[in-house]
Every structure is written in structure tokens, then in C-alpha cells.
Design a protein around this ligand. Structure first.
Ligand code: CMC
Length: 431
């Protein structure tokens, strides 16, 4: 933590308290309330963390008003167009872009860990075939702690490093196996001669009965989707990973907690929900009906893939994905995709509607990603698992940063208690 740049004065009940303030390298100034309760005997109240910095970090920065996303200072659009997923993984994990030798070494380390313990295959088989692949992933990733005992000691930097590489390397294998299991096809082993994205496609789409050639257009698009989802600051699933880890829990259990949180439709589950919504809308003439529902306070329906806690401008990832959707569908020979037409018109209508303008609701990363994933051949149930495998590096980077921070404490929020005060137990016959 940097030294305070100034102090703020909080006054109430005739008393004043000095609170240190920090000036970040970017973003709003931060008021340090850590000693507030000890000094003033009051808590702060911020249920959805809308005004709370839960940690200090050097990994990712978002300027929500300007629609800017930086990883270690590098804009996401530059990373999406010039870099590739494993290089971005290195950047997130170690803070700098790698040299050629560093990248080669990192890629070797990742590819050498792509297989999972053979006994885990039996574990998969315990799930029902119709389980959602996210349900399977939560279980299997949590179960990694039962298989990789030599990387559970979070106080050992070497074990943390091994666990990080294992998680990044094995997540595509686990996601692909969850998919194969759900469709009743045999598991496909990883191929280390393929790059990360191509290997994932191979494990999802190849079958033993015939040779599968990875389409380079599809693998480049896959790599771009992975890159765009790699990290996103202190979002709900990342904060879940940090909170779970703050107790000293092992990394596999913590990442499983992150996957569980990501699954929700307000977070990573929105990509599946968005495509299902576009299908339900079906044709552009039905858009006004759905826009009206999204604006109706008595209807729980929300425009999926729209709105964001931090972005009050277009999500920069959505910009890249919109362009990518056009390119990928064109290159795959998918012309006049009806879902893309509905999505574009829906975006146009919403962006010109006073409700969405006033509330600053713009398309987010989940708005166009599903269209690309569907064109690649993925069922909607695989959209959120693909988000989870991309985000694993973000979770791991944030987890490593937290564990290495000497200021780390167990996360333990307080509350605004509005329940009964102490009362005397009443025996059942007297109630
Ligand atoms: N459709 C209609 N109205 C909306 C939407 C939407 N998608 N999003 C927000 N609003 C309204 C909301 O009803 C509220 O109105 P009012 O002030 O009148 O009560 C206002 O906008 C603010 O919404 P909020 O729920 O208080 O905002 P939040 O920051 O807590 O929620 C959000 C952010 C992403 C959960 C929300 O915008 C949402 O539910 N969006 C749809 C789901 C979605 O696309 N999620 C993916 C997010 S990006 C990827 C990720 O994080 O994984």
C-alpha cells in the first residue's frame, strides 16, 4: 500500500476523525476506513460494494465512464488484436509482457500440465449425463484438491506457482470433458502440439472415429474470446475467490468457489441467458415487446448482455466482439445470421431509448460472445464454462497477488443488524 496522500475529516456527534486517503495511479481517490471502527465505533454500509475498494491491486484497471480496460497498463483492444491468450496469461500472472524465451518456457510449462489425473475420469462419470457443464466443473475443479496434494500449501510460493499453472493448463481439459460427458462422447486427451485455443477445440470437437482439423479461423476467434475474458478487476467471482482464499483455503477449492459465483445470470451466466433471449425474440419485429418488458418495473425480465456495474459506456470487450462476430460469421460462411441481426437491431433500439440512455446501459461482453460461440458449434450450455476457463488466469493472478501481500487478512465484513435484540427463550407450550 502506498503512503497516504492526504487526510479527510469525518465529523459526527461533535467529534472529528482523520481518515487517510490514497491517490491511485488511475481512478478515484480512496478513503482508508480500516481504523474507523476502532477510532469512531461505527461501521460503513455498502452491501453491493458499490463504493468500496476491497484490496489494492496492480493487475487490471477499468475506467467505466470512458469504457477503458487495461491489463498491467495495456489496453484490451491492443491485447485482443496483437497478442494471444497465453501471452496475456503471462502478463497477468507476472506483470510484464514476456520475452520470446520467457514465453516459450511458459507455454512449455502450461502444455506439460494439460492432462488430468487419470482417476479423475471416474469422478466425471459420477455425474448425471444431463448435468450442466458448470455443475460438473464446480465439482471437478474442487476435487482437484483431492488429487494434487503437492500444490495445496498456500504459504509456499513454489506450490502456489505449480497450482497456478495446473489450473490454467487443466481448465480447458476439464471444460471439454464436461462437454463430452454431457453429450455421451468419449473424452479426448489434450494434444500438446496444438496451441491453447486449438487444443481446446480439438478436445471439444474431435472424435476417435475420424481426424479432426482445427479451423485456424475458429481457433483464432476462440483465442480472442479467451483473451477478452481473461480478467476483469474485482468482479463478483474474483472477489469470491479472494474472500474464499483469505481463510487460507487451498487454490482449487477457491477457484471452484469462483466458478460457482460466475455461473449466475447476472455475471458469467449472462452469455447463455443472452443467446437464449435472442432466440426467444427471434425476429426484429418482436424487439419492441422485449424492450418494453425490460423497462417494466413489474416484470423481472432484463435485457441480458446489457448493463454493467462499472461500465457506464460501451464495454470495450463488446466493441471487439461485435466486430469479431461479423468477421467470424463471414469467414465461416454464415451469412445473414438471424441472431446477429436481432442482436444488432436490439442494440440499436436500446441505445436510442431514453430508459437505457438515462441509466447508461450499454452492451457488455456477453452480448455478442454467444453468437460467435454458437457459430463455432458450441451449445449454449458451454458458453459459461468457456468464460470460466478464460477467467481462471484472472482468478489465479488475483489470488497470487493477495496471498503474497503481507497485509492480507481474513475477509470478514460486518453488518447493519436490524433484527431482534436479546430476548428470553419461550418454551414451546407457551408460544
Ligand atoms: N435491462 C433492463 N434494466 C436494467 C438492466 C438490464 N439489463 N441492467 C440494469 N437495469 C436497470 C435496473 O433495473 C436499475 O433500474 P432502477 O435504477 O430504476 O432500479 C438500474 O438499471 C441499475 O441497475 P442495477 O441492477 O442497480 O445495477 P447493478 O450495477 O447492480 O447491476 C448488472 C449490473 C450487470 C447485474 C445488470 O446491469 C444486469 O442485470 N444486466 C443483465 C445481466 C448481464 O448482462 N450481466 C453480465 C454483466 S457483464 C459480464 C460479467 O460481469 O460477467
Amino acid at each position: 500500500m502506498t503512503t497516504p496522500s492526504k487526510t479527510a475529516t469525518l465529523s459526527f456527534d461533535g467529534k472529528s476523525f482523520e481518515l487517510p486517503m490514497y491517490t491511485p495511479t488511475a481512478g478515484p481517490e480512496v478513503l482508508d476506513i480500516r481504523k474507523l471502527y476502532a477510532q469512531a465505533g461505527v461501521f460503513t454500509y455498502d452491501p453491493g460494494y458499490t463504493s468500496t475498494a476491497s484490496c489494492d491491486s496492480t493487475i487490471t484497471y477499468i475506467d467505466g465512464d470512458e469504457g477503458i480496460l487495461l491489463h498491467r497498463g495495456y489496453p484490451i483492444d491492443q491485447l485482443a488484436s496483437k497478442s494471444h491468450f497465453l501471452e496475456v496469461c503471462y502478463l497477468l500472472l507476472y506483470g510484464e509482457l514476456p520475452s520470446s524465451a520467457q514465453l516459450e518456457d511458459f507455454e512449455t510449462r502450461v502444455t506439460r500440465h494439460t492432462m488430468i489425473h487419470e482417476q479423475m475420469h471416474n469422478f466425471f462419470r459420477g455425474f448425471r449425463r444431463d448435468a450442466h457443464p458448470m455443475a460438473t466443473m464446480v465439482g471437478v475443479v474442487g476435487a482437484m484438491s483431492a488429487f494434487y496434494h503437492d500444490s495445496l500449501d498456500v504459504s509456499d510460493p513454489w506450490q502456489r506457482e505449480v497450482a497456478s499453472i495446473r489450473l490454467i493448463a487443466k481448465m480447458p481439459t476439464i471444460a471439454a470433458m464436461a462437454y463430452k460427458y454431457s453429450i455421451g462422447q468419449p473424452f479426448v486427451y489434450p494434444r500438446n502440439d496444438l496451441d491453447y485455443a486449438a487444443n481446446f477445440l480439438h478436445m471439444c470437437f474431435s472424435v476417435p472415429a475420424e481426424t479432426y482439423h482445427v479451423n485456424p479461423i475458429v481457433s483464432r476467434a476462440m483465442d480472442r474470446i479467451l483473451t477478452l475474458h481473461a480478467d476483469h478487476e474485482q468482479n463478483a467471482s474474483t472477489s469470491t475467490v479472494r474472500l474464499a482464499s483469505s481463510s487460507g483455503a487451498n487454490p482449487f477449492a477457491c477457484i471452484a468457489a469462483g466458478i460457482a459465483c460466475l455461473w449466475g445470470p447476472a455475471h458469467g451466466g449472462a452469455n447463455q441467458a443472452c443467446l437464449e433471449m435472442l432466440r426467444e425474440i427471434g425476429t426484429v419485429d418482436r424487439i419492441p415487446e422485449f424492450i418494453a418488458r425490460a423497462k417494466d418495473k413489474n416484470d423481472p425480465f432484463r435485457l441480458m448482455g446489457f448493463g454493467h456495474r462499472v461500465y457506464k459506456n460501451t464495454d470495450p470487450r463488446a466493441k471487439v466482439l461485435k466486430q469479431s462476430a461479423d468477421e467470424v460469421l463471414e469467414l465461416l460462411g454464415v451469412h445473414d445470421n438471424p441472431l446477429l441481426q436481432v442482436a444488432k437491431e436490439l442494440e440499436h433500439v436500446a441505445l436510442n431509448d431514453p430508459y437505457f440512455i438515462e441509466k447508461k446501459l450499454f452492451p457488455n461482453v456477453d452480448f455478442y460472445s454467444g453468437i460467435i460461440l454458437e457459430a463455432m458449434g458450441f451449445p449454449t450450455s458451454m458458453f459459461t464454462p468457456i468464460f470460466a476457463l478464460s477467467r481462471t488466469v484472472g482468478w489465479v493472478s488475483q489470488w497470487k497477488e493477495m496471498i503474497a501481500d503481507p497485509q492480507m487478512k481474513i475477509g470478514r465484513p460486518r453488518q447493519l443488524y436490524m433484527g431482534e435484540t436479546a430476548r428470553v427463550y419461550v418454551d414451546i407450550e407457551n408460544r
